[in-house]
Design a binder for this molecule. Structure first.
Ligand code: FDA
Length: 584
């Protein structure tokens, strides 16, 4: 009963997907209400790896520094250890998340932004607070119940959890970012592939000062090989830093086909002490939860005016650290499209491209994360550890890798190969940065990225339509301040990049923008132009001639390119804009 509330977009959920959607829509000036079930954001650390693509998005929103201030910096993230316990014998290390000198170069070349580690308990408040400051109405303790939709909009039934009062919110569009147990994805009957709860995991968070054990090898993750640590879970036991170096989580598996562990404080303390390897370690248990590993993705994310984003449409283990990142990136893909449709700039048919572009990413990341968890088996196999072995037997097998014997020699060789494979979990830069879209809001020129290295491990910069605008530093303004190419293409506009002999494109762009009523900013790169190619890098990266053009979407993906000047740039750009706005 009572009057319903009206808005343009209703966002359900304040997690990475919902919090980010609320922020992006607010940034674009779209009237938005974000509702969430609880009185505040996530109360456990959950996802933490923030990859370069996510940090670029934070940069685009003007909050990169704010996120970094609450994060653990890149340099402390990557000396990842595999051992018999945190303080026990080391089996080996991998420099992860681009901290290897060679991979560091790949990271620095790829992006103006740096990967960092920020637990969800820190990230979500930044997203929802900035969203509110920029105009979104955030309603906490508000539970989504159900919805109906017709050709004009969506009506959601929601309950105020403090009063029990049920009321309606009417919106033109709704985003279901309600997580892995999404009611909205279920209501929409989104088609899915895969299964939920394929293995059991537990998270135990605790406080203990472990600085002295990790200072020479700072990392966000320490992987533990012990009896039982390969049952269920994410491949092996893990001790994960939450705040350096006195807040932690252990992640441990259990057999999901059996009775779940009781996990009282005593049992939790025992598991922590076993994985850390200090039997009388002084710890304070701060939380414990059981969760199921999932391998499930939706192949379509939308029905009519309702979209799903985040874990609602892709569910997978934390391996590769893709959960929160992909959720934020879903919303980044969707929100500018909704904004253009609400403003009447684009035809509603372009909204279909959200599923077309993001469903393949969902499939890719769910597959990658699960494969990474399974690939721990190679380390166990290389060491000769078989299921059911006790501590003594395992210690003997691990010890044998030191032996001056043919078996010892084989173990060492097998470990090299098994550890190499873990780069697909911890240095999958291509998966993180190389997303490529094929849809109606991309005008393909028939090219796709050509990568002469492994496309999962290595990102290849390309201006092939569908790819992400390559980063390089340009100079702009009187003082030749340095800007990334990505800084010059904002979320509230299309951006056309061309060179000195391509100025006719810029002139055409302003006419075409006016005719369509869409924001389109031109950046002419050249000495004395809008931006200067200070390091002569852009000339090598842009892949088009100086008089060619790149049209960049608000989400920094290339919509279209022309290799050189056209006879009639205005006609050509008119055709392109007509197509990508669905207004042919
Ligand atoms: P998310 O689940 O974060 O958010 C859902 C939102 O919807 C919440 O705000 C919730 O309140 C709201 N909501 C749900 N139902 C609602 C309703 N009916 N009405 C109103 N609001 C409703 N990932 C990783 O990469 N590394 C990790 O270590 C971990 N660890 C981890 C631990 C635990 C315990 C969990 C639960 C999850 C993880 N994850 C993780 C996964 C990671 O947290 C996940 O990928 C992202 O949070 C997904 O973000 P979403 O915004 O899609 O959903």
């Amino acid at each position: 009963t009572g009057a319903s509330i009206e808005t343009d977009v209703l966002v359900v959920g304040s997690g990475p997907a919902g919090g980010a959607a609320a922020l992006f829509l607010a940034e674009l000036g779209i009237p938005t209400i974000m509702i969430t079930k609880y009185r505040f954001t996530a109360n456990t650390p959950r996802a933490h790896i923030s990859n370069q693509r996510t940090m670029e998005i934070m940069r685009d929103m003007g909050i990169e520094k704010r996120v970094e201030a609450d994060a653990t910096e890149h340099a402390l993230c990557g000396d990842t250890v595999f051992g018999t316990s945190l303080v026990g014998e080391e089996i080996g290390r991998i420099l992860t998340w681009g901290t290897h000198p060679a991979r560091q170069a790949d990271h620095t070349l790829a992006s103006p932004s740096s990967m960092c580690d920020i637990p969800q308990t820190y990230m979500e408040p930044i997203l929802v607070e900035t969203a509110a400051k920029r105009g979104c109405h955030n309603r906490f303790s508000t539970e989504y119940l159900s919805h109906t939709q017709d050709e004009n909009g969506v009506t959601a039934n929601v309950r105020d959890r403090l009063t029990g009062h049920v009321y309606q919110i009417k919106a033109k569009y709704m985003i279901g970012a309600d997580g892995a147990r999404s009611i909205i994805a279920q209501e929409l009957q989104l088609p899915t592939v895969g299964n939920m709860d394929i293995a059991g995991s537990m998270n135990i968070s605790f406080k203990a000062d472990l600085a002295q054990y990790v200072e020479t090898r700072p990392s966000v993750l320490y992987w533990i090989i012990q009896p039982g640590s390969n049952i269920g879970g994410i491949g092996a036991g893990a001790v994960r830093m939450v705040r350096p170096w006195n807040e932690w989580i252990v992640i441990y598996g259990y057999d999901i086909t059996k009775e779940p562990p009781k996990l009282d404080d005593d049992e939790a303390r025992d598991i922590v002490r076993k994985l850390v390897g200090i039997p009388d370690l002084d710890i304070e248990i701060t939380g414990k939860s059981l969760w199921g590993n999932n391998e499930l993705y939706a192949t379509h994310f939308q029905k009519g005016r309702v979209f799903c984003a985040g874990d609602a449409v892709h569910r997978h283990p934390p391996s590769n650290g893709l959960g929160s990142n992909t959720s934020i990136q879903d919303s980044y893909n969707l929100c500018w499209k909704i904004a253009q449709v609400l403003r009447g700039q684009a035809d509603p048919s372009i909204l279909e491209t959200y599923s077309v572009e993001r469903a393949p990413v969902a499939k890719q990341i769910v597959t990658r994360a699960n494969k990474s968890a399974r690939e721990f088996v190679h380390i166990f196999e290389a060491l000769g550890i078989k299921p059911g072995m006790n501590q003594e037997e395992i210690s003997k097998e691990i010890e044998e890798r030191k032996a001056d014997t043919p078996r010892g020699c084989k173990k060492r060789a097998d470990l090299v190969a098994a550890m190499d494979k873990k780069n697909y979990e911890f240095n999958a830069h291509g998966v993180e940065m190389g997303q490529f879209y094929e849809s109606d809001v991309v005008v393909s020129d028939g090219t796709r990225p050509v990568n002469d290295r492994d496309p999962e491990l290595y990102y290849k910069a390309t201006t092939s339509p569908g790819g992400r605008l390559p980063h390089c530093w340009l100079g702009a303004g009187e003082r030749h301040n340095k800007y990334s190419t990505l800084d010059l293409a904002k979320y509230n506009t299309y951006t056309l990049f061309t060179g000195t002999t391509g100025k006719a494109w810029a002139a055409a762009a302003s006419k075409v923008a006016k005719a369509f009523g869409v924001p389109l900013t031109s950046v002419v790169v050249g000495p004395g132009q809008d931006a200067e190619d200070l390091y002569y890098d852009w000339a090598k990266l842009r892949e088009v001639n100086e008089d060619g053009a790149l049209l960049v979407r608000p989400d920094k993906h290339i919509a279209w390119r022309s290799m050189s000047m056209s006879k009639d740039p205005e006609a050509e750009l008119t055709a392109v804009m007509g197509k990508i706005l669905g207004r042919k």
